[in-house]
Write a new protein. Structure first.
Lengths: 548, 202, 339
């Protein structure tokens, strides 16, 4: 459908106050999705600045650029922001926009609760950042090991605001999870059985199952912290019998599924991109789907691999090592299926596929360092060192972020009706890839050389200085790549080439409607017979449903 | 690919392979999250059971007198809500309102029992949330359960009011059904909490 | 950092500042390294194989523009799926086996002290932001003295192991004891007692630091482990377990010290100073460093520290006492007598 037939200019009809009112009161999943993404990008810039400041402090040994407490606040806020106010919301935002479209629905199951989820997440973020008004952010680390969070050791209200903010945004996350489950299970287009849903909604379904089971324990643990700090409770008050060990178990019971919440949607996004840009159906859909479910289940039982140094029994150590190694099997299955999808295809490296390639190559490495860390005795050396920092940034940026950029570049034309600039995207990709490898690669080395995490400075002569300098250089190279992304999405919104309904010649339902879609998504809800409804339309004599 | 036009979401066909409405699925997902939440509080309770070095211990402080009565109230409220649903299904709004109101009263009676028990614990046994580990975990676990009972009562009051104002229908996945699922869940959680705190833990 | 006599005995030519986990000096460290070599070989192999397939696909199947025809659509293959499930499963199985072996090699339960066992038992108490060492038993003999920040232990010889078992406790928040060349780390968790063991055949100085974020000065909670010959260690034990030396020439300094509130936190055995919140000062001058390894133990540094600890280690729990110059010199002279 030509752009001329799209909705008339909103500002011209409503005026600026009208547009503002529309966006703050919307319950439309597409607008809410965009709000989530925009909010996340703002927090991404803030958390990125926090990281750059830390890298400046660590540039040389015994640097006095930042006092110790400031540095400690920065790594606390950087981690908290990236996980809770960038990672999860941006994936939930993309899910919000795309899932109803991809399953042929007109909106999410509970539109008003959807809006509640967004505003709760934003409000939680504001609460956490309001801690600066108490004289400083909390300096407890993003996983807030008790009893550092007790009032004895963290006197100001910053920690209370942190816990409260995460509690509130956790409610928002939980409502999103419930919404996705109800939508995906209950609102599919006629003919779309669960075995025929596109892969991204399938991963969002399992992400949401993990949200439903992993967020409440965190909520409970945060409530316990607040009760300790404000009503004199003793959950983690070790001086009165409380247990620091309990906090670690409760937090990581949430914390490990959390990282799969952060990566499964990215798996889903590249599972949409790779087939389209290789011009081949996703290889082994059933095995991919089963592997996703297996990952979701197994990942709920491996949490104490974050606690190998805590002094658990050898039996427990072995169990958690074995279970963590086990999760590499379904992950490997997915990886091989992606490769098999590419094999024999006709691969075009437009920007979505470029980022998908970045995802594949980087996640391979990150996954392998994860296997190293699962080996408990090796972990006794590597845990709490920069090796771990290198590993998790590698999988979060290499996996989640590259996968996310792949999805964003893929679906941007659908959301805005315009194509992104390929040239800017290429520059962004290469700067990001090189900068990211230079930032986090050396961390594996300084970790192996004995550098622990969360130290605001270090002694010279330990051999860490050189690697820290490369890391800082890499971080500075990353900065322009993010700037280019922001420039790209802004400039292209006004000047990008018109996209049309289906610029990539793709196969799932979102490409069957206009770009951007009308508020009601589809004029007529389609009836589907296979996983690639548009392939069936385009090739009626060789439809998918004959082979599925 | 044939097309089906839909006029409103309420008449959306159920997904072919799942015989539940979206609201039912949503409530089940929410109750699953509540299982995770209460399990965490119970794990904390069990972690600290027997670890106190100062009293009062559960055996010293807890008596079965009041909680047993409260439990009877709560269990019968599940019966009452079931009868209320029956009334709604057989198009007897009067019966519905009567049993629904009784459910609310029984729930309130449960809360009153909890408050009475707590006043005794605090006044007589000097057990507060900050007294010892038992106090910390007891008040948190029982308190959050009571909070959930309270929210259930509020939801039921809203529905009762709606029933008077415009009448309620017995749709599958409607408010009455979902609230009653929630209420039965809160009841089931109480059975677990009761067993762990008043029976096993004492 | 100057280090008496022992420096000449460094047999493995690795500088103390080299903390690489791949330069193990202990059986535990060596076990972990040999395990990690196997793991690195396996993961490296996977990287090469899978990476090659990825690059092959990228280069072999790329096209610059579409010719309109779709390639053959392949939906899946059960035999292939089984194959690439079974192969990783076998690798995982092998990894679990070797993990089990190394885990049992590296985690050894603490035995009871017995006469003639050549074993040292020390209780380590982690505190914000320094290390307290309570020497419990050596060779079956009860010791019962406390020092801080520098752990001395005897060196082993082939066929004559002299193991050290550490009981790890914390007085406040979580810490972690990590001396990479001597093995993996173990956390110090308040309310829990963990144990770990150290053993090495190479004398010298081993460095490390706290590896669990514990607050403001986590970065400067450094570890110094001094491994010396059994004879040197015996001499050190005798010196450390004796009460503080009394030197009459510094009596003015001693009186100043005891008049001020130093004794509220610090202990000096043999005197009325019995504070338990700060490092034991009985043999302060036997230590190479101050502030938990942060600065060398010189008169100048000690003076600066007492004058304003916050300037050296901001946020640490010792306040500046605002001593006058004369008082400061007196106290300094007294402390310097505590050899």
């Amino acid at each position: 459908m030509a752009i001329a037939e799209q909705q008339p200019d909103a500002v011209a009809t409503l005026g600026w106050t009208g547009v503002l009112h529309e966006w703050t009161t919307t319950v439309d999943h597409k607008k809410i999705g965009i709000l989530y993404v925009l909010m996340s990008l703002v927090f991404l810039v803030v958390a990125g600045l926090e990281a750059i400041l830390m890298r400046c402090q660590l540039l040389v040994p015994r640097n006095d650029f930042l006092p110790p407490n400031t540095f400690n606040q920065l790594f606390t806020m950087h981690g908290t922001t990236m996980v809770f106010f960038v990672g999860m919301p941006i994936l939930i935002g993309v899910g919000n926009y795309l899932v109803p479209l991809m399953i042929g629905a007109r909106d999410m199951a509970f539109p008003r609760m959807n809006a509640l989820g967004f505003w709760a997440t934003l409000f939680g973020g504001i609460l956490v950042y309001s801690s600066y008004a108490t004289g400083g952010a909390p300096a407890i680390g993003w996983f807030a090991y008790a009893p550092l969070t007790e009032r004895t050791f963290a006197r100001s209200a910053a920690t209370d605001l942190w816990a409260l903010g995460l509690l509130v945004s956790g409610i928002g996350t939980l409502t999103s999870g419930i919404n996705f489950i109800a939508t995906i299970l209950g609102m599919r287009a006629p003919g779309m059985t669960l075995r025929k849903i596109p892969f991204f909604p399938w991963t969002m379904l399992w992400t949401s199952v993990q949200i439903v089971f992993a967020i409440p324990p965190l909520t409970a643990a945060l409530i316990m912290v607040l009760l300790d700090r404000n009503l004199g409770a003793h959950f983690f008050d070790t001086q009165n019998g409380g247990s620091a060990y309990l906090w670690q178990h409760l937090f990581w019971f949430f914390g490990h599924p959390e990282v799969y919440i952060l990566v499964l949607p990215a798996f889903g996004m590249v599972s949409e991109v790779i087939p389209v840009f290789s011009r081949k159906v996703l290889f082994g859909y059933e095995f991919m789907a089963a592997a996703t479910a297996a990952i979701a289940f197994i990942s709920m039982g491996v949490w104490a691999h974050h606690m190998f140094a805590v002094g658990m029994s050898k039996t427990l150590d072995l169990y958690f090592a074995a279970a963590s190694l086990l999760v590499s099997i379904p992950t490997g299955i997915k990886f091989f299926n992606w490769l098999a999808t590419m094999y024999g295809g006709k691969i075009r490296f437009a920007s979505p596929m470029l980022f998908a390639f970045g995802f594949l190559s980087m996640f391979l490495i990150g996954g392998l360092t994860g296997i190293m860390l699962a080996i408990a005795p090796f972990n006794f050396q590597l845990s709490d060192s920069y090796f771990v920092v290198g590993h998790f940034h590698w999988v979060l940026i290499g996996g989640t972020l590259f996968g996310l950029f792949s999805g964003l570049h893929y679906w941007y034309p659908k959301v805005t009706g315009r194509m992104l600039s390929e040239r800017l995207a290429q520059w962004q990709f290469w700067l990001l890839l090189i900068g990211f490898m230079l930032t986090f690669g050396p961390m594996h080395i300084s970790g192996v050389l004995g550098m622990p995490r969360r130290i605001y400075t270090y002694d010279a002569n330990r051999g860490w200085e050189f690697w820290n300098q490369i890391t800082t250089l890499g971080a500075l190279i990353q900065v322009p790549s993010y700037a280019l992304f922001v420039i790209n999405i802004t400039w292209s919104y006004f000047k990008g080439k018109p996209a049309g309904d289906d610029p990539w010649n793709a196969w799932t339902l979102e490409w069957a409607t206009t770009s951007p879609p009308p508020s009601y998504n589809f004029e007529e809800i389609p009836h589907v017979r296979s996983r690639r409804p548009l392939w069936d339309l385009k090739y009626p004599d060789d439809p998918d449903w004959k082979y599925e | 690919m044939t097309a089906t036009t839909l006029s409103s979401r309420q008449h959306a066909p159920e997904s072919e392979d799942i015989p539940l409405t979206v609201t039912q699925i949503g409530m089940i997902a929410f109750l699953a999250s509540e299982v995770a939440f209460f399990s965490t509080l119970i794990v904390a309770y069990l972690t600290f059971l027997g670890k106190d070095t100062i009293g009062p211990t559960p055996a010293e402080a807890l008596s079965l007198r009041v909680p047993l009565v409260s439990t009877v109230f709560l269990l019968s409220s599940s019966g009452a809500i079931y009868l209320a649903e029956r009334g709604l299904h057989s198009a007897r709004p009067g019966a519905f309102r009567k049993w629904w109101a009784l459910t609310i009263l029984l729930g309130a009676a449960f809360l009153a029992g909890t408050l009475y028990e707590w006043s005794e614990l605090i006044g007589v046994h000097r057990l507060t949330i900050s007294r010892n580990l038992f106090g910390t975990t007891f008040y948190t676990l029982v308190g959050f359960h009571a909070l959930h009972v309270t929210c259930g009562i509020i939801a039921m009051l809203v529905l009762l009011g709606l029933s008077w104002r415009c009448g309620l229908s017995a749709t599958k996945g409607g408010g009455v059904e979902l609230v009653s699922w929630y209420w039965h869940f809160v009841d089931a959680v109480w059975l677990v909490v009761f067993s762990v705190v008043y029976w096993w833990g004492r | 950092m100057a280090f008496p006599a022992q420096a000449a005995i460094l047999a493995d030519c690795v500088a103390p500042e080299n903390l690489s986990i791949f330069q193990p000096a202990s059986p535990a460290g060596e076990s972990i390294v040999s395990l990690s070599m196997l793991v690195l070989a396996i993961t490296g192999g996977i990287l090469v194989v899978v990476g090659s397939v990825l690059l092959y696909c990228v280069f072999r199947f790329r096209v610059s523009s579409s010719d309109g025809k779709e390639p053959p659509q392949v939906y899946g293959s059960v035999p292939i799926e089984v194959a690439w499930t079974a192969a990783p499963a076998m690798i995982v199985f092998i990894l679990v086996l070797v993990t089990t072996r190394t885990l049992w090699e590296v985690k050894i339960p603490e035995p009871q002290p017995a006469t003639g066992d050549n074993t040292l038992f020390v209780t380590v108490v982690g505190r914000q932001w320094w290390w307290e060492y309570r020497y419990d038993y050596y060779n079956g003999r009860q010791l019962g003295f406390t020092t801080a920040n520098e752990l001395h232990m005897p060196v082993s010889a082939a066929g004559e192991p002299r193991r050290v078992y550490l009981k790890l406790k914390s007085a406040d928040v979580c810490h972690s004891f990590w001396v990479p060349r001597l093995g993996g780390k173990t956390d110090l968790i308040p309310g829990r007692v963990n144990t770990m063991w150290l053993q090495t055949e190479t004398p010298g100085l081993y460095l490390g630091q706290c590896a669990e974020y514990c607050g403001t000065q986590h970065a400067n909670m450094l570890l110094n482990v001094i491994v010396e010959s059994p004879e040197d260690f015996d001499r050190w034990l005798e010196q450390e377990s004796a009460p503080a030396l009394v030197n009459e020439t510094v009596h003015r300094g001693r009186e100043t010290f005891f008049r001020l509130s130093c004794v509220n936190c610090h202990a000096i055995r043999g005197t009325s100073a019995r504070g338990t919140y700060a490092p034991d000062l009985t043999h302060l001058m036997s230590r190479q460093t101050l502030a938990s390894g942060q600065i060398p133990n010189t008169r100048d540094n000690l003076r600066k520290w007492i004058h304003d600890p916050q300037a050296i280690k901001p946020g640490n729990l010792m306040p500046a006492f605002g001593l006058a110059e004369r008082e400061l010199d007196d106290v300094l002279s007294y402390l310097e007598s505590l050899r």
